[in-house]
Structure formats: structure tokens, C-alpha cells
Design a binder for this molecule. Structure first.
Ligand code: COA
Length: 323
């Protein structure tokens, strides 16, 4: 039994905020942001939008692409660092109701930016015991978690959602090698309060995202290289076998640093961070959907999704495209 991606979809808010727009509210410039991150603009939600509305739109598009009705879905997995509700109900349950996916179990996964990769991995395991299609939705409203007066973080993030439909079949290919891991000693390198860890955090608003940019940068480069080299080592692929690496879109300098350490040409990395910034766990499925829509992926193409983020966590999935 093999697990395949049979549909993709994405959704981003209509409103675009450019680097020049940002330079009117914090001491920054288009030149600094582009040279340090590769980002030129980001999409930002309106007051009416949130993780479930964007995620639902992306999911509907993925279902339509797959030709699968909501009632056929066995499980909905949502990955988000910006759920509609702090703990419950899960955003997956909210979206299940919106979609009318009446037969689906629904739950959220907390794995920050690698959430999509974690979601695919959990889905594939689950589909060994429940053969029905699974919807993995990654949806993020980063703009509501950042301090818009902090130039160190406000230029880095954007909002958006991506989704895939997974289906089992006897056709070889699809989701192949999976690698997920964590280094909890770096738990505070990117964090946001708001949990019930103490009386104070339980009673106060979560506050803004806090990040040690340098520590995250180093972890990101290290994990990127590990994911690629371990996939090659354990799955038998070489650089020549793969058409694409679809990285978590956090910073082009992280990709450049990784490229210097591994034997994969930079042209094989699909990058769209210039237009969407870092949309956390949504970044890989948004990129994937864009690649599909542009006709950049053909049957038989081999690719690796690679992501890192708060936790600290990392994850990679090797995929042979069969759609
Ligand atoms: N505009 C202008 N200057 C800025 C700026 C901005 N938007 N953001 C930071 N700076 C300034 C800093 O204040 C600092 O000034 P100082 O020397 O006067 O104190 C200077 O630029 C250098 O800051 P530094 O933090 O050393 O920059 P950097 O080269 O490490 O780049 C990041 C900062 C955040 C871009 C980089 O560390 C990074 O990408 N880290 C990973 C972040 C990430 O991907 N997080 C998400 C992971 S999922």
C-alpha cells in the first residue's frame, strides 16, 4: 500500500504589504529585508479572516483538485501555530464543520513550521489502519502574533494556507522516506506565551512571538543539511535522482548556507518566499500548490520537503510524484 498526494490547494489573503509599506512603520528598508531574507512582500489577513476561513478555502480547492467529496474524508489533520481557539475546539473540528466532512475525525498537530511534514507523516501512519482519504491542512495567521513595532521579526512573516488530499493505492510511489525529530533544549529559541504554564501566563494574553534569530538560523541550516543527507543515505536517492527540494520558506540565506554544505544545486530548491514571506507550516503546501499550478512537477518527479522551526523541531518527507 502506498500513500499519494492526489490534490493540492492554497489560499492567501488579498491584501499585500510590501517592504516599503513596512518601512513606514518601523526603521527598516526594502534593501535590508531583501538582502537579509529574500522577502519582498507578504499577504496579510483582513479582520474577517482567520486560520479556519483560509484553511477551509485551501481545503475546498484541494478536494476539488482531487475530485473527492468532503464526506469521503476519513480524517482532517490541521497544523497551525495560530489556531482559532487557544486549546479547544481544534481548528480541524471547526473546518470539518465548515466543509461538511461529516465522516471525518479531526485534530490539530502542534509542530510549528514543520507541521505540514509532521502532518503528512502522521497521516501516512494513520492510513495503514484506516484506508480512507486524509486531508492535511496547514493554515497560519502569523500577522496576529507579531509585534508590528519590532523590526527584527515583523518583516519575516506572512499569512496563508495550503492543503493536500492523501489517498492510498497499490501504485508504487507517493510519500516515501520520512524523518522527523526535535531538540527540546532549544524550546525557547522561538516561543509565545499564553499557555497555562503558570498562573500569570494562564491569566494574561499570549503576547508576541519572541525569537533568537541567530540561534534559529544555525539550527535551520544544520537541520536542512541533516534532512537532505539522511534522506540520501537511508532512502538510496542521490542528488541526481531528485527534481526538487521544497524547503520551508523562512529565509533565502538559510537555503544559500545549506546549499554550500550539501551537493544539491540551488536551482533545485523551489523558492517563493519573495512573495509570501514565512507562512510557517503553510509555506511548503503553498509552494507545492504553486508548483503544481505552474506545471513544474510531472509524474515520476522525486522531491524532498524539508522544514525546521519552533520546538525546536525538524522534518523531511521524500515524495515520488504520481498525480
Ligand atoms: N531592518 C533593518 N535592520 C534590521 C532589521 C530590519 N528589518 N532587523 C534587524 N535589523 C538590524 C538589527 O537591529 C541589528 O542592528 P544592530 O547591529 O544595530 O543591533 C542588525 O540588523 C543585525 O541584526 P542581526 O540579528 O545580527 O541580523 P542577521 O543578519 O542575523 O539577520 C535574521 C536577522 C532574523 C534575518 C536572521 O537571524 C534569520 O533569518 N534568522 C532565522 C529566522 C527564522 O527563519 N525564523 C523562523 C524560523 S521557522
Amino acid at each position: 500500500m502506498y500513500t499519494h498526494i492526489v490534490g493540492t490547494g492554497s489560499a492567501v489573503p488579498a491584501r499585500v504589504v510590501t517592504n516599503d509599506d513596512l518601512s513606514k512603520i518601523v526603521d527598516t528598508s526594502d534593501e535590508w529585508i531583501v538582502s537579509h531574507t529574500g522577502i519582498r512582500q507578504r499577504h496579510i489577513v483582513s479582520a474577517e479572516e482567520n486560520a479556519s476561513t483560509l484553511g477551509c478555502t485551501a481545503a475546498k480547492r484541494a478536494l476539488e483538485d482531487a475530485g473527492i467529496a468532503p464526506e469521503e474524508i476519513g480524517t482532517i489533520i490541521v497544523t497551525s501555530t495560530t489556531p482559532d481557539y487557544a486549546v479547544y475546539p481544534s481548528t480541524a473540528c471547526v473546518i470539518q464543520g465548515m466543509l461538511g466532512a461529516v465522516n471525518a475525525a479531526a485534530f490539530d498537530v502542534s509542530a510549528a513550521c514543520p507541521g505540514f511534514v509532521y502532518g503528512l507523516t502522521i497521516a501516512k501512519g494513520l492510513m495503514q489502519i484506516d484506508d480512507r482519504p486524509v486531508l492535511v491542512i496547514s493554515t497560519e495567521i502569523m500577522s496576529r502574533t507579531i509585534n508590528w513595532s519590532d523590526r527584527n521579526t515583523c518583516c519575516l512573516f506572512g499569512d496563508g494556507a495550503g492543503a493536500v488530499v492523501l489517498k492510498n493505492s497499490d501504485v508504487p510511489g507517493g510519500l516515501g522516506f520520512h524523518l522527523i525529530g526535535a531538540d527540546g533544549t532549544g524550546a525557547l529559541a522561538i516561543h509565545r506565551e499564553g499557555g497555562v504554564r503558570t498562573e500569570e501566563t494562564a491569566r494574561n494574553a499570549p503576547g508576541d512571538l519572541k525569537m533568537d534569530g541567530r540561534a534559529v538560523f544555525n539550527f535551520a541550516v544544520r537541520s536542512f543539511c541533516d534532512i537532505i543527507s539522511k534522506t540520501f543515505e537511508n532512502y538510496g536517492w542521490t542528488e541526481k535522482d531528485i527534481t526538487w527540494i521544497v524547503p520551508h520558506q523562512a529565509n533565502t540565506r538559510i537555503i544559500d548556507a545549506a546549499v554550500k554544505r550539501i551537493n544539491v544545486p540551488v536551482e533545485k530548491f523551489y523558492v517563493n518566499i519573495d512573495r509570501f514571506a514565512n507562512t510557517s507550516s503553510a509555506s511548503i503546501p503553498i509552494a507545492l500548490d504553486e508548483m503544481v499550478k505552474k506545471g513544474l512537477i510531472k509524474t515520476g518527479d522525486r522531491m524532498i520537503f524539508a522544514a525546521f522551526g519552533a520546538g525546536l523541531v525538524y522534518g523531511g518527507v521524500a515524495v515520488e510524484w504520481t498525480k
